[in-house]
Design a protein around this ligand. Structure first.
Ligand SMILES: [Zn+2]
Length: 235
């Protein structure tokens, strides 16, 4: 079944549909309908049963907004970027690396420096997918994917919606280690929303601006513990 036929069926049957349709829609956000919300909950429960309960790990639930210092430390403020190129004619923003991948045999354009991606756009006469204007000569810029917000009024401190659930686990490691009575190894899981201000969301539920992550972090003592990597090597 083609992707758009599937999306149409999912909408009709109450599984999922683009959010805010009454106000023109908002790309990258989906609402799970009654069927979809129930199915999603079942998937989360199955994941929880497998990775939290049966593996003997512990689940936490951290806030989705965190202060800037956390993302400075994690490197997300500096480097959680995608490559953006803007159309000079219609103003539409595009993922520069995706345009190059679609037009050439290059598979991982994200790994290339921005200037090289800009050159490839020019060399391959790549045009704006929205209006057809050639994008040669347009700068390729780093665009940070985190949604910014303010924490508190007045001289508010800057905060960000977490771009992945991991930060909420890592930042509480000292407290969690105390809870484990100082004994490594232990595993912490978390299921919850993460947010990325994607330049051009696409593929239905595959590239969203708000989505649910299920994550397991295992903390080991590198001197003493052998991480159980063999079990997941072929996953
Ligand atoms: Zn355009």
């Amino acid at each position: 079944m083609a992707a758009d036929a599937l999306a149409e069926l999912a909408k009709r049957r109450g599984f999922f549909f683009g959010s805010n349709g009454a106000y023109g829609g908002t790309a990258g956000f989906y609402t799970f309908g009654p069927q979809g919300a129930a199915l999603k909950r079942n998937v989360e429960d199955a994941w929880r049963d497998r990775f939290t309960i049966r593996e003997g790990n512990r689940e936490i639930e951290a806030p989705t907004i965190m202060p800037e210092a956390v993302f400075e430390a994690s490197g997300h403020l500096e480097g959680f970027d995608d490559m953006l190129v803007e159309c000079p004619e219609c103003g539409e923003s595009h993922r520069a690396d995706h345009l190059v991948e679609d037009a050439t045999a290059i598979e991982d354009a994200e790994a290339l420096p921005g200037e090289e991606v800009a050159e490839l756009i020019a060399d391959n006469d790549i045009a704006c997918p929205a209006c057809g204007t050639e994008l040669a000569g347009q700068p390729v810029e780093a665009f940070n994917l985190m949604f910014a917000t303010d924490i508190g009024p007045g001289d508010a401190q800057p905060g960000y919606l977490r771009p992945e659930t991991a930060q909420g686990i890592f930042v509480e490691f000292p407290r969690l280690k105390e809870y484990a009575r100082g004994n490594l190894p232990f595993g912490i899981t978390q299921i919850g929303p993460a947010y990325r201000n994607e330049i051009s969301p696409r593929g239905g539920l595959l590239r969203l601006r708000e989505f649910t992550q299920a994550e397991l972090e295992q903390f080991i003592d590198p001197e003493e513990d052998e991480p159980p990597l063999d079990r997941v090597r072929d996953v």
